[in-house]
Every structure is written in structure tokens, then in C-alpha cells.
Design a protein around this ligand. Sequence first.
Ligand code: NAD
Length: 478
Amino acid sequence: MKKVVEKWPIYINGESIHTESHFVVENPATLEPVGYVPDANEKEAKAAVDAAQAAFLTWSKTSAYHRAELLEKWYTIIENRLDEIATIMTLEQGKPLAEAKGEMKYASSFVKWYAEEAKRNYGEIIPASVASKRILVQKQAVGVIAAITPWNFPAAMITRKVAPALAAGCTVVIKPAEQTPLTALLLVESAHEAGIPAGVINIVTTQKPGDVSDVWMNDSRVKKITFTGSTPVGKHLMKKAAETVKKVSLELGGLAPFIIAEDANIEEAVNGLIQSKFRNAGQTCICANRIFVHETIEQPFLQAFEEAVLTLKVGNGMEGADLGPLIDGAAVKKVRLQLEDAASKGATIHNTSKVDEKQGHFIAPAILSNVTDDMLCMQEETFGPIAPVSTFKTDQEAIDRANNTNFGLAAYVYTESLNKAVAYSDALEYGIVGINDSAPSTAQAPFGGMKESGIGREGGHYGMDEYLEVKYVSMQLG
Ligand code: NAD
């Protein structure tokens, strides 16, 4: 187990590097320091690309079986160090330890899955229009990949990108979120332990993300940017990518509708909603943001939902809480603002539990009823534990209101009717639709958004295609 409150190194070309200055990583539950990490600048950013480019020349030419074997070893080491890394994750991010362990399992599942998928990078032979020609299609690694990740899933957002990139034969430079770099550093340390060669995975931490990303975005050796985070930063990176026509994958914000139809099983809907809304204290991109319940079942639903929320314990994630703190003071302020806005526009706030909000960045979960679509909580991603409930009269109304947003990541529908399930999943403009399923994300399925929620997919064979160029070889025979 790594000793906490120490200076951690970053990794470039397989070497541990320290910079002149370090910055603190703070525990959002206690506001105490967890560790100090290098405050890298342009010099380290460029050195990381130098290393990744040099490593690409050999790594991309290794056999898929060799890369699969190394990914399998990385998976085993992550599994062996799961408790240790999960503990660091809870300390720096705040989520309950059980959730941190769950995230580690989810994160490692991508390494395992892409270890297997590495061997299935198939091409095609297409019938030519003349007998003297052969048309071959082969897939080749894109090159050096820049990966920028958020704080809400400090492990999974790394492996969802790095595992398919490595399986495809790419090399990577990573910049994790400044709030949660320690989990990312432990994952890269584990990759080196597994024997993944120097330069294949490089990682820098910084308090100046724009400076580091500018170096990467301006460097034509970086062939792709893969980003998970907020929509404004995603748009900024997309513009920057245009300069050198980099490939772009963006996993951005969401505003998920959670629709409970007239015929839904209320108990199952409430169980699903608790999981979707309050996991990671509501700080997930696919968490229920707008709850639409059919007007005829509003009262029994609200009663069951309130009873369930009352059982949730808010506190330090190391001490058995169901909900930890939010990531920082700004996150708490945003949630408070949404609550005030909703109250001022006529919402009823059902406060469902109490927390000592003076210590750490805690906020109590709350249910809001009598909610209307003009309230901030129905228009902006909340990223916190408040659950706005609004009623609808017809399925078409629910669909129209659910689609009336620029976001299109995940949507949920609870219904006992097969016909309704098909009608909703056809009509919802979302990359992911959960039917009676509030936890749809899994390594083998495509995860990603429509509209301003993103471009590209992570997971499944779709996730590996993001790191592969399609090359067409036309052969004229003699
Ligand atoms: P953020 O955009 O502020 O930060 C994400 C990353 O971008 C961090 O590493 C940060 O340092 C970096 N960054 C910030 N400014 C930058 C700049 N100018 N240039 C380059 N990099 C910069 O987002 P966040 O607050 O860390 O994360 C929350 C957001 O992430 C939410 O909107 C959430 O929905 C989204 N998210 C989406 C998914 C998904 O799969 N779609 C998954 C998790 C989180």
C-alpha cells in the first residue's frame, strides 16, 4: 500500500519524473491532503509525445497476440491491487469504498475485454469488378493518442480509452483530471509492472490543462484526441483538432431523462432510480437528471421514492456511507443554485436526510416535485444528488420533453409493455437507452452520446475501431 501524503511522480518513457513544483490532491470528505503530484508544463507534455512516438514505431509492429498477453497481465495486476487502488480513489474522489471497488472491477473489465479483442482486428476481401484485381481492406493503428479524462470515474475513464488503444497498436499520452490524478498514476504504474514497454503509456499531471493540451493539439504527431469531460471543453478541443485534422472522440455531458410509464413496476423503477441517481452522489454523466412520471402514478411513486431515499447515509466514503461528498465547493454551489431556482419557480423540495455540511463538500439528497421544464435542474446537468420529478400525460409528451435538449447520452424507460419499450427506444434521441435497466454500461457494448453529448463510442468492437485506420489496398494482378 502506497504511503499517502507524499510526492508522487509522473511517468514518461517508463521513467518516474518529478517537476520543480507539485500541487496538492485534496480529500473532498475531509479537505485534508492525500498526496502531491507534479505540475507539468509544456516541456513534459512534449517529452511525453516524443516517447509515445518513438514507442509507436515498435509497439504498432508487435503481434496482436503479444499485445493481448501484456494487456492480460495488466488486468491481473489491477485485480491484485484492486483494494489498494480503490482506497486511493475514495480518498481523492470521495465515492464510497464499495463503489470505488466496483469502479475498479468495471475499469479492469475493459482491459480484459480488449486483451481478447486485440486478436480480432479483422480486415476484409471485397469482390473486385474485374477478375484481374484484388481489393483488400486492412486496419492499422492510428498512431499516438492523447487522452484527457475527468475526475468522476478516475480509473474507468482511463482504461476505456487506453485498453482499446493499446490493443489496436497505438501508444498514448494521458492527462488525468487535477482532482483525481493518483488513481491514474497507480494504473500506469501497474501497466509498467505488467511489462508494457516504456513509452507506450505516458502520463502527465498538471494544474494548467490548457497548456499541456495545447502542446498535444498543435503536435501533428498526435493523431487523435480522446476526451471525456464537459461539453464546453470538448467543443474547445474539437476546434483545436481541426488545425492538424486529428481524429476526435468526445464523451461529454448528459441530461438523462428517466421515464416511468403508467404501467411501470414502481418498486423496480424506484430501485433503478436510486442506483442511477445517487451512484457517485449523482456525479455520473449517465445519471438520471430529469425524472418524468406518469401523472396517474405520481403519488405512489413519490412515496416509495422518498422512503428509499430516507435510508441513504451521506458521509465519508471510507466509513460505510452510501453517498460521499461532491468533488469540490463549486459543485456544491451549483446544486444549491439549482435547488434555489426550482424553489423560486414553485417546486416542492422534500429534504430526505440531513448531513453536516460544514465538513467536506457534502450535500443532502433531495427530491423535488411539481417541477417544470423551465427550471435549471431540467436544463443543466446537475452532477449532484437532487432528483427533480415532473409528471406527464401521454407517452408522446414524455418522448418530446425527453428529446427537447441538446444532450443525447443516456435515457431510461420503465414499462411492463413490450410495445411501449420498442416505441420509446425507437423515438428517444440518445446513444444509450436503458429499458427497465438503470445500469446499462458494460465493456462489450458501445457507450457514447448523440447531439452535443459526444462523438464516437467506447466499449465493444466499436471502441477499438476508434483507434484504427481503414486502409484499402487495390492489387492489379499481372
Ligand atoms: P472538465 O471538462 O472540466 O474536465 C475534464 C478534463 O478536461 C480534466 O482532465 C480537465 O483538466 C481537462 N480540461 C479542463 N480544461 C481544459 C482545457 N482548456 N483544455 C484541455 N483540457 C482541459 O469536466 P469535469 O468537470 O472533470 O467532468 C465532468 C464532466 O464530464 C461532466 O459534464 C460529465 O457529464 C462528463 N463526463 C462524461 C462522460 C461520458 O462518457 N460521456 C463520462 C464521465 C464524465
